[in-house]
Write a protein that binds this ligand. Structure first.
Ligand SMILES: [Zn+2]
Length: 108
C-alpha cells in the first residue's frame, strides 16, 4: 500500500514536538519513504565545509536543515492561523486537502 502524506512541498508547517517545537517554516522536501520532511530553518545542524578554491568555497562551518519526522509537524491553516488536522475532499475527481477545523481548503 502506498503511503499517503498530507504534507507537500512549499506547505507552511509548525513543529509540534521535539527540539524545535513551535518553529514554523516552509517545507523544502518531502521524503515519504522515510516518513520525513525537510523544513526551512528547522532542525539546523552545523556542518563542516571543506575549502574548495576551485568552486570559491572558503570552508568552515555552515548550517543546514536536517530532516524531521512527519509526525512531528502539522500543517498550518491560514484561516485558523494555527496547526490543524487535515481532512480530504473530492471536488469532482480533484482531491483537495481541507482544514478539519474550519473546512477551508488548504491548497493554494
Ligand atoms: Zn482552518
Amino acid at each position: 500500500m502506498q503511503k499517503t502524506v498530507d504534507i507537500r512541498r512549499n506547505d507552511q508547517v509548525r513543529v509540534i514536538t521535539g527540539r524545535d517545537k513551535g518553529k514554523q517554516g516552509r517545507v523544502l522536501r518531502v521524503m515519504p519513504d522515510e516518513g520525513k520532511v525537510l523544513v526551512e530553518h528547522v532542525m539546523m545542524v552545523k556542518k563542516n565545509v571543506r575549502p574548495n578554491p576551485q568552486r570559491n568555497i572558503k570552508g568552515g562551518i555552515a548550517e543546514q536543515e536536517s530532516a524531521i519526522s512527519i509526525s512531528n509537524v502539522m500543517l498550518m491553516c491560514n484561516s485558523c492561523n494555527r496547526p490543524v488536522r487535515v481532512g480530504h475532499e473530492y471536488h469532482g475527481d480533484r482531491h483537495v486537502r481541507v482544514c478539519k477545523k474550519c473546512g477551508t481548503t488548504l491548497e493554494k
